[in-house]
Ligand binder design. Sequence first.
Ligand code: URA
Length: 229
Amino acid sequence: MQLSRFLQLKTPYSRQRVRVLLAQGRVRVGGEIITDAHREIDRFIRVELDNKLLQEAQSRYLMLHKPAGIVSATVHSEHKTVIELLPQSLRQGLHLAGRLDLKTSGLMLLTNDGNWSRRVTQPESKVAKVYRVTTRDPVSDEAQGVFQKGIYFRYENITTRPAQLERIDDYNSRLAIHEGRYHQVKRMFGYFDNEVTALHRESIGALTLDPDLRPGEFRFLTAAEIALF
Ligand code: URA
């Protein structure tokens, strides 16, 4: 992307104003003052305007154990967000690779690499997400077959992809889904008039929540984990 376009996207300034800022030598790319509006900017080169960081040179990939009651958003007026669980120095530019409902706990991925998060979340990649599900009533005997066949969601006019249910006991099961529709797990159990009383995401694809992470804790992904997507 060209520098002038980048600045228009990342700041409130117009095309004309951006040209003035550049001409005044207020923009640094990779630590160097750049006045050329056409300079190509790649995803991980440091860009600063008046010493304010607009993009940094490092890609970052984190896994976080989301506790129930924390909202999976970067800003929220009412609830504490997953971003606020991180030290200030790590927050800039991060976004979530997929969301969880307020009361859901478990594996969340955060990054500043949009291409990577798209590979994790885009429906075509069919990455399996595995949830530990606790329900109000015993799980119906039919659930396994019905989830495998797919459930029709009228609102989206889609049938869910085959999902695998493993029963742990009457009230606890493990469900693998391969897309991420709004409240998908709750709606799937809702089909049987059953209520999900606790939901915890254990894994996304081959990436499993680190058992050493307590709720609210995070760690950086390893190179091998990043390469999974
Ligand atoms: N399905 C849900 O219903 N809630 C979540 O948080 C994740 C999947």
